[in-house]
Ligand binder design. Structure first.
Ligand code: IPM
Ligand code: MN
Length: 353
């Protein structure tokens, strides 16, 4: 098949990890006889340095015309002074909004070979297989922001339609899995959460009677996630709770560097990025974990290009590389002395494709 993929390496370790995902895509393209057009574009802090804009018009236009967008990471100390008028994160939020990718899927699966990499006990982690569906284009991230001399304001708004569509997305996913949905909110305090809970209850009752629904307050969810993570199947929540809880959940897998994500809207076009940030502290050292980005490329193949066999092959190759002990320092743990580089980890995957 022919496909056009926009590639946005971004900042920090972004270029290092996307380069490896691009190599994997090229290898699959060759092996399976596809034609992938990959267009690399400036984005985030790198684009601010070049053009003054974190999401330059040509980058946005190309993303809108592409079948899928593969993104590394953005941000860094250079652009994050509280006084800064232009920030890399504005580019990311603008891109998510412009692409209409309101559903952010963040799967968390514990690899048996990495049970020791987590700071949690392995008997708690064994068999964990859950997926977060984070609302991505609404809530406090996108509400009005105001700064006065002695105060600051961030508005959080959700509409019924925004809640309905994300709940439907999560419920459909649950139907293909263990039919268990947990909806996370703070309805004892927030009005948006009370609306969230009411809409979720109604949609599930009327449209998904075959999926069990449990409501959970976000503080309790943060606790249950590390107390009994195996009990979760699909979790749906609003933008900011999802941001925070998925960083927490990454510790179930062993490292923030392992988790991929797919951001989807109404069509098949999607935005794919590891959930980690630009990690400026390790940028340029060749030790970043490429697996979160490689697994994001697998999600891209599956969800935007419909290439199931290729996606399965890439995921299996990552899993086999992990089993074989190709681990970057973030997951190498006690074996840190034997840790591999970003390139070596990706090579171990390519060798198994
Ligand atoms: C993420 C990131 C972003 C977010 C930042 C970089 C704006 O933390 O994708 O989880 O908060 O959504
Ligand atoms: Mn985050």
């Amino acid at each position: 098949m022919k496909a056009h993929i926009a590639v946005l390496p971004g900042d920090g370790i972004g270029p290092e990890v996307t380069a490896e995902a691009v190599r994997a895509l090229r290898a699959l393209e060759k092996r399976h006889g596809h034609t992938f057009t990959l267009t690399e574009l400036p984005f985030g802090g790198a684009a601010i340095d070049l053009t003054g804009n974190p999401l330059p018009e040509p980058t946005l236009e190309t993303c809108l015309r592409a079948d899928a967008v593969l993104l590394g990471a953005i941000g860094g100390p250079k652009w994050s002074a509280p006084e800064a008028k232009v920030r890399p994160e504005q580019g990311l939020l603008g891109l998510r909004r412009a692409l209409g990718v309101y559903a952010n899927l963040r799967p968390v699966k514990v690899h048996p070979a990495l049970l020791g990499a987590s700071s949690l006990k392995s008997e708690v982690l064994q068999g964990v297989d859950l997926i977060f569906v984070r609302e991505l284009t609404g809530g406090i991230y996108f509400g009005e922001k105001r700064r006065e001399a002695d105060s600051a304001t961030d508005v959080c708004t959700y509409t019924v339609a925004e809640i309905e569509r994300i709940v439907r997305c999560a419920a459909r996913l649950a139907q293909q899995r263990r039919r268990k949905l947990v909806s996370i909110d703070k309805s004892n305090v927030l009005e948006t959460s009370r609306l969230w809970r009411q809409v979720t209850s109604r949609v599930m009752r009327e449209e998904f009677p075959d999926v069990s629904l449990e409501h959970m307050l976000v503080d309790a969810a943060a606790m249950h996630l590390i107390r009994r993570p195996r009990d979760f199947d699909v979790l749906v929540t609003e933008n900011m709770f999802g941001d925070i809880l998925t960083d927490e959940a990454s510790m179930l897998a062993g490292s923030l560097g392992l988790l991929p994500s797919a951001s989807l809207g109404e069509g098949t076009r999607g935005l794919y990025e590891p959930i980690h940030g630009s990690a400026p502290d390790i940028a340029g050292r060749g030790i970043a974990n490429p697996y979160g980005t490689l697994l994001s490329a697998a999600l891209l193949l599956r969800h935007s290009l419909g290439l199931t066999a290729e996606a399965d092959a890439l995921e299996a190759a990552v899993s086999a590389a992990i089993s074989a002990g190709a681990l970057t320092p973030d997951v190498a743990g006690a074996a840190a002395a034997g840790a591999v580089s970003t390139r070596e980890a990706a090579e171990a995957v390519l060798a198994r494709l």
